[in-house]
Design a protein around this ligand. Sequence first.
Ligand code: ZN
Length: 156
Amino acid sequence: MSPRVITFHYHLTDTENNVLDSSLEREPLSYLEGAGQIIPGLEQALGLLNERDKRKITVPASEAYGERDERYIVSVPRKDLPQEEIQIGDEFLPEQQEDAHPFRVIEIAEDYVVLDANHPLAGVDLTFDVEVVNIREATEDEIEHHHAHGLHGEGH
Ligand code: ZN
């Protein structure tokens, strides 16, 4: 069976019902099956649905953005940071590591700062309210490019 492109709307909340993201005011999201474009737990559940199906899909952190890893939390001397004004939530990209996550400032003390390089959604169980908008066969271009080209395959 050739891979499919599935287009869906989603409304993403955490376990406390905070809205983390939503496609409802935007274009729906398209992905190519098997290309790793969306988190594994969501792709697995969506792959079983039909067009126009609506579902609530809960994806545990381990199948979403992973568990928080304490090794990604580090304290650094304040003088080592590239800027003097620092606020909680500021992000720094480590030099030399191209694929690294940015470090987020999570604590500021007088002479040191605590940085967290976990994905912001690491350790968070996610709930997706989804509606499947469209399912179609992938085009040759999409299979070659390893990603979906939108709802009808003409975008890029
Ligand atoms: Zn492409």
